[in-house]
Design a protein around this ligand. Sequence first.
Ligand code: PLP
Ligand code: SF4
Length: 445
Amino acid sequence: MNTEVAKYRNYILRNYNNLPQLNALSDDEREAIGVVGQVLPFKTNNYVVEQLIDWNNVPNDPIYTLTFPRREMLSEENYKAVKELMDRNDEAGLKKKVFDIRMQLNPNPAGQESNVPSLEDIKLHGMQHKYRETVLFFPSQGQTCHAYCTFCFRWPQFSGMNELKFAMKEANLLHEYLLQHPNVTDVLFTGGDPLTAKTNIMAAYIEPMLTKEFSHIRNIRIGTKTLAYWPYRFLTDKDADDILRLFEKVRKAGKHLAFQAHFNHPVELSTDAVKNAIQRIKNTGTQIRTQSPLLRHINDRPQIWADMWEEQVSQGLIPYYMFVARDTGSKAFFEVPLERAWNVFREAYRSVSGICRTVRGPSMSANPGKVHILGISEVRGEKVFVLSFIQCRNPDLVGIPFYAKYDPHASWFDELEPAFGDKEFFFQRNNLLMTNGEEANYSWE
Ligand SMILES: *Cc1c(COP(=O)(O)O)cnc(C)c1O
Ligand code: SF4
């Protein structure tokens, strides 16, 4: 391989002004980075800046919008308030204002804190166990990313809000929990981006699970945006070969290893670096499944999705999920009404061959489960959204169609009401979300 060793350099609030590329911006756009960046997490890097962003197209370029703060990501009122405190050098006032704004922006959407499980009396803050078969694990060394997405719902983790930080150092607790839950088949490492952690850290979590006692763990999954933001992690970083060797070990132990790789736009699949990285990972026997939210200003056209799925399949990736963007952070800037989300999905889906149609969506990760928007229909003269659970706290409810009143403006599950004048959705009756099986020690709201 003739890839040069790439040295990772990041750009954050302190040093972004050194970027020569920013000459392509107006003064107002440059100011907006500094102001909005006080509230939303801001970090980008040399790969993103040099190889993904088209600087002839800023600020509208999708990858610029994905990592650089833009003025419209805050309300006009909040923008002005932050700017004024900065101009006055009022540090204490600024800190308080920033905290208040973050609290307005729903920093912990969909009740994620209610999914934290316990082991005896210890709350396992580095884990979430919401769906019977899959445990999410947040390695504390992976609570960052190679760059930050401006829409990210995990943003409190990067902003020093410790009480919201899901982080756990103790691999032992993870392993102990898995041993006590034989119905769990999947461990999904997530973050941040777990592949910001060094290989030896990942090995400490993963290798013990390759022994016989963990034979119930069939699938090890890694939720990561490293292919899109820093493919050199698998090419020329110091422990690049080591991480590939770790993947091989998992395969040799007979387990399925899968990336849940996060790609938002086809340009992220276009560089030599990402193409080489994908092939190296695939050569270890690892599957790469892909997912992304649907985001206005970034990927809200069917053609973008069709191109992205086709390119993924060409490179041997498996399209997996299209999500509706969560109701957090700068949601107002990124949101797409559910009706449009369904149309974008459908138009893209119908234009690609069956081999790309492994993808499912649009899906909302709401409190009861992953809610799939199957479509809009008319039942008994009423226009309705047809929905069903792809995943649910109670697995018995998966795949049962249910109906919400049509609402052209709704952009998240909370805004929907039951159809036909019903007071509740079917899963709200008789505590249906509770399971009565042996796994009933999940935590519920
Ligand atoms: C999406 C998700 C999973 C994984 O779901 P799959 O459909 O199996 O990919 C697991 N836990 C939580 C909390 C999730 O949101
Ligand atoms: S890579 Fe994932 S966790 Fe990191 S900022 Fe983007 S969406 Fe958030």
